[in-house]
Design a protein around this ligand. Sequence first.
Ligand code: IMP
Length: 176
Amino acid sequence: MDQLPRVLFSELKIKQRVQELGATIGFDYKGKELTVISVLKGSFIFFADLIRQLDLPISCEFMGVSSYGNKTTSTGEVKLTLDLTEPLNGKHVIIVEDIVDTGLTMQYLINNLQTRKPATLKTCALLVKPDCLKCDVHIDYIGFNLGKEFVVGYGLDYAGLYRHLPYIGILENADY
Ligand code: IMP
């Protein structure tokens, strides 16, 4: 890793936004139990920070998905690599994603999870690229919108690297 990404969202800015999202979700689900699903690998850091802001009874679940494509673009074909361990029937569920780019992964997840008959199903993404959406997918809780730039850090990777960075940055002069 010979070049550090340029900071787009600082550690402090992310922390403040995650606190706000936690407060909003906590308000919306007051008095209810919530099942929160982390979509691996990218959402693991955001998820860990977000759930610690939730003053609710929550269950944590994990799903693994990978989309086919090259390092920075997805074909939209999604493969399930890890499934939930519990049924969702009758539960209040939020899907937590790191980033929504084309939206095809989130669309796949919504379609897949709706078949399991949750009482309610909502979506949360730390980052959304509105200009890159290729489908009509609704995100209920959004951390930040951004343009078409490819970002890394705070769980997001480029070729498996940079996930551990505490901030979100733009990788300039990357080979993509
Ligand atoms: P989708 O195009 O919305 O289906 O996004 C598929 C996946 O591509 C996301 O879950 C991320 O793992 C990855 N991805 C999309 N944009 C970026 C980015 O800017 N940085 C890192 N990963 C990204």
